[in-house]
Design a protein around this ligand. Structure first.
Ligand code: G16
Length: 545
């Protein structure tokens, strides 16, 4: 077939560095941008196959999200805007690692296994974040698509969740919205304005928010969106990319892991601030108190705020819908306890990676899922959406029920259900705070986080660590879990786990305990155990204090 000859010819223009082995990790491939040209070309080929296979549009987002500027990566998006199916992650890894001569056989193998009709049309949407390597790399994706005669649409600079949204809109024939960036702004901002417009006594302070754009794509896009918000939300934007470096000492990952304010943000005492990450699919909030203390409101606090709000509305509406909150092992123990025991919400715990949380959330009428790092959204089942719509349109229902149903309807429209989305989550949080007349301090006071610490340990191969029980226990290397168990016993209210990162070449260590000193000491001791038992490289981890 002519297509296959072209694959052979064109792939030679996107050569694979010999011996390089990469894995489709937590959220796609991620490494130094210099090593990614062949991966991008091949992901263009794979997305075309996936499109033929599903008879739908597929998305390819060129981004390394929270990683440093010099890295890049790629995330594949399935027809409903969700992360690509697991079995295709495996194909992605096979294709990325095939040496030049093995590429065509690897491609043919996928075609055979999935019984793909190569005469079927294919459509691929491509987007990229602001990394300087992005333009060339997305061109390589487009080359891959055209090599297999696929059609493509290049959205250029967009946030990751915007591309997920476009894919979903396209495949639902516009039912989810219009597959344009303007359409996205219109849908979200109209819902936000409907939610907030009639809130009585909203002060200027409540309408004002400081946003740290991480010097990335989120900064560009939030600025574009602002004019649609009719001053119902007034944003002071910092780290807008005009001078600082992407994700450097700023952005959601920095703020969450370091538990401190980003550089470049002028915060006044008590002011509500938030940070996006490098591709604007995560968000965390924070403020500083008069004593100079930094207060972080992470994904767990966001999930609590949203699920409390939704539960209240469901009660007011008299709707019997099953709601659950999905978290990962990183969820602060206090948040899980509060949601389970005080709020009486169904709780689920999955492995890290929104693909896992998303699937777990789909099992409920309303699934609120958030990772502590601020990556999350809310999913509504078709049944839930229909019941809410019926109630909102029912002329016989009481004013209270109708009001709750209308709020729920607009809430659904402000949310990007395809994936976590900094901009959409920000609008939802701002609307909830406005409707509830709540300050960021009152939100923060819902429960107190257990002090915690996250560390990274470099080892020669992070994958020697294997885990079970939603990553809460290590099954290898031998002796590691026993070591963690005996360290945890030394501290009160303590918990710790370790797992290989799927986006960086490190092992992640998490510890929480009754005091910050204990959490820090435990995290350090567990890091040492990892270093010694899992083949640490470089210097031994040093104590934090
Ligand atoms: C990605 C994933 C998240 C995950 C994070 C860290 O985020 O989408 O679900 O929590 O990586 O993963 P890991 O601990 O395996 O490195 P992002 O925002 O970087 O795409």
């Amino acid at each position: 077939m002519a297509q296959f000859e072209e694959v052979s010819q064109k792939s030679a223009l996107h050569p694979k560095p010999a011996g390089l082995v990469l894995q489709y990790g937590t959220a796609g491939f991620r490494t130094n941008a210099k090593n990614l040209d062949h991966v991008m070309f091949r992901m263009g080929l794979l997305a075309t196959l996936r499109s033929k296979n599903t008879k739908a549009t597929i998305g390819v987002m060129v981004t390394a999200s929270h990683n440093p500027e010099e890295d890049n990566g790629v995330k594949l998006i399935d027809p409903m805007g969700e992360m690509v199916a697991m079995v295709w992650e495996g194909y992605a890894t096979q294709l990325a690692n095939a040496e030049q001569d093995d590429l065509l056989p690897a491609l043919k193998d996928i075609i055979k296994r999935e019984a793909i009709n190569m005469t079927q049309e294919a459509n691929v949407f491509v987007g990229r974040d602001t990394r300087s390597s992005g333009a060339c790399l997305s061109q390589a994706v487009l080359d891959g698509v055209s090599t297999l005669d696929g059609h493509s649409k290049d959205y250029g600079l967009v946030t990751t969740p915007q591309l997920h949204y476009m894919v979903c809109c396209q495949n639902t024939q516009g039912q989810y919205g219009e597959a344009t960036v303007e359409g996205y702004y219109r849908k979200l901002s109209q819902a936000f304005i409907r939610l907030t417009k009639n809130v009585p006594n909203r002060t200027d302070d409540q309408k004002h928010l400081c946003v740290d754009g991480a010097n990335g794509i989120g900064a560009l896009k939030v600025r574009e969106m602002e004019r649609h918000l009719e001053r119902e939300l007034q944003i002071s934007l910092f780290n807008d990319g005009s001078s600082g470096k992407l994700n450097h000492q700023c952005g959601a990952d920095f703020v969450k892991v370091q538990q401190k304010a980003p550089t470049g943000v002028e915060m006044t005492v008590g002011e509500r601030c938030c940070s996006f990450d490098g591709d604007a699919d995560r968000i965390v909030y924070y403020y500083s108190s008069s004593a100079g203390r930094f207060h972080l409101l992470d994904g767990d606090k966001i999930a609590t705020l949203i699920s409390t709000f939704l539960k209240e509305l469901l009660t007011q509406a008299g709707l019997d819908l099953k709601m659950a909150v999905v978290q990962t092992a990183y969820a602060n123990g206090s948040s899980t306890q509060y949601l389970e025991n005080t709020m009486k919400v169904i709780m689920k715990c999955t492995k890290t990676g929104v693909k896992h949380l998303h699937h777990a959330a789909q099992e409920f009428d309303i699934g609120v899922y958030f990772e502590s790092n601020g990556h999350g959204t809310v999913l509504f089942s078709k049944t839930a959406e229909q019941k809410i719509k019926q109630l909102a349109e029912d002329s016989t229902s009481s004013d209270e029920k109708k009001r709750a149903a209308l709020l729920l309807q607009n809430t659904i429209n402000v949310i990007n259900q395809t994936v976590g989305d900094s901009i959409s989550d920000m609008l939802l949080i701002e609307a909830i705070l406005a409707i509830k007349g709540m300050t960021v301090q009152q939100w923060d006071a819902i429960y107190s986080d257990l002090p915690n610490r996250q560390l990274k340990v470099r080892v020669s191969n992070p994958r020697v660590i294997d885990t079970t029980d939603a990553e809460r226990r290590a099954v290898s290397p031998a002796g590691l879990q026993e070591a963690i168990d005996s360290l945890v016993k030394k501290y009160r209210q303590a918990r710790s786990f370790v797992r290989p990162s799927g986006t960086e070449d490190v092992v992640r260590v998490y510890a929480e305990a009754e005091t910050q000193e204990s959490a820090d000491a435990l995290a350090h001791e567990v890091s040492l155990a990892v270093y010694r038992l899992a083949g640490g490289v470089g210097d031994e981890p040093k104590p934090l204090h």
